[in-house]
Design a protein around this ligand. Structure first.
Ligand code: ATP
Ligand code: MG
Ligand code: ZN
Length: 346
């Protein structure tokens, strides 16, 4: 799995340039604050970065211990390897989604006062920190104010607005933001190079566009395209278009007949399943219809009126039934689309 293999393990490998610089500066200053708050959407590298920090300050062979010039973790010494494998007694990862109560936080606070066993610091990585209950936050607050010397807390959250401001104000906040296209492309290149796959520049761009600002999504998409052997730009475009199921619907809503017919043509040529495609569209249209009819229109991201949606449902339904007896599988869908455009423009 690319997203595990290529999870960044050094500061240098953090493709998010802003985070990379912030963390590098913090480590170089040797004055790491006792509480860090990593804020950002899913798959932007919060957990990966927290582990890198934990290793960097406990590594037995880097500049943090006056060895060499690099502040990156060596990823080879016993401290680094046990942290990577999750076996370090000094680095605790706690998922606040499942350990959110006062008892769990109290236990964590108590344990945090123990001296580190193998490294210089005990590091507590609290993922999804916004899930912690209010009284547990209160307990944590005191510790964040006066933490034991050798303890670093790293709180990570996708929902900063659910964190008490009293907690936020006691942490050094590191915003991860949505993954930027340029940083995603930087990462994709890193992977392609290591995997020795040749990818044209416009394909990097396409993958980044389809990966919803997440490094994790981009990594998974690249792997999917490699597995499906869709590394040609055109083929990848069709493939990704099919993955985002309702795109034919959006073409029908926003573009002209030619584009819709081209889409269907490429879809079929690339081995797309027409039956599934119609089923998907009908399901989407049904949701749109219900929302429009009940005037609960948030989430209706399509430029079609209620009348048009109804027409399209009828036409696609007809096409679906005709498919069973049609000698050319895709023909009924094409007829349905043409008929829809005919009606749309009278
Ligand atoms: N800065 C980055 N550079 C390169 N790859 C990254 C980066 N951040 C994340 N990834 C990829 O995304 C995957 C998920 O990263 P990570 O778990 O650190 O994100 P996260 O922000 O903690 O996400 P979540 O909120 O879903 O837990 C990693 O395994 C890695 O492959
Ligand atoms: Mg995470
Ligand atoms: Zn090391």
């Amino acid at each position: 799995m690319y997203y595990l293999t290529y999870r960044p393990k050094t500061i240098q490998e953090l493709d998010n340039s802003h985070v990379r610089e912030t963390i590098a500066n913090l480590l170089q200053s040797k004055n790491l604050p006792h509480a860090l708050l990593f804020v950002g959407p899913k798959g932007t590298g919060k957990t990966s970065t927290a582990r890198i920090v934990a290793k960097a300050i406990n590594c037995l062979d880097n500049a943090y211990l006056e060895k060499g010039t690099s502040y990156d973790p060596c990823n080879k010494c016993s401290n680094c390897t046990t942290i990577t494998s999750g076996g370090s007694p000094d680095v605790v990862e706690q998922d606040a989604a499942s350990n959110r109560g006062i008892d769990e936080i109290r236990r964590l606070i108590r344990e945090s006062s123990f001296a580190p066993m193998t490294g210089t610091y005990r590091v507590y990585i609290i993922d999804e920190a916004h899930m912690i209950t209010p009284d547990a936050f209160n307990a944590l607050l005191k510790t964040l104010e006066e933490p034991p010397k050798s303890v670093i807390f790293i709180l990570a959250t996708t929902n900063e607005e659910k964190l008490p401001t009293t907690i936020i104000s006691r942490c050094l906040r590191v915003p991860f933001g949505a993954a930027k296209k340029i940083d995603i492309i930087h990462m994709l290149k890193r992977i392609a190079e290591s995997e020795q796959i040749t990818i044209k520049p416009d394909l990097y761009d396409l993958i980044a566009t389809y990966s919803e600002n997440s490094f994790r999504d981009a990594t998974k998409l690249l792997e999917e395209l490699v597995v499906q052997k869709k590394l040609d730009f055109k083929e990848a475009q069709v493939y990704l278009g099919i993955r985002s199921k309702d795109s034919l619907l959006h073409i029908i809503a926003d573009k002209d007949l030619k584009e819709a017919m081209d889409w269907i043509d490429e879809f079929v040529a690339s081995g797309g399943n027409v039956k599934h495609s119609i089923e998907d569209m009908l399901q989407k249209l049904r949701v749109y219809l219900v929302k429009k009819a009940t005037k609960a229109e948030d989430g209706v991201d399509i430029n079609l009126s209620m009348k048009e949606i109804t027409q399209l449902i009828k036409l696609l339904h007809e096409a679906y039934n005709l498919m069973k007896i049609s000698p050319i599988e895709v023909l009924p869908l094409e007829i349905a689309v043409v008929e829809f455009y005919n009606k749309k423009h009278v």
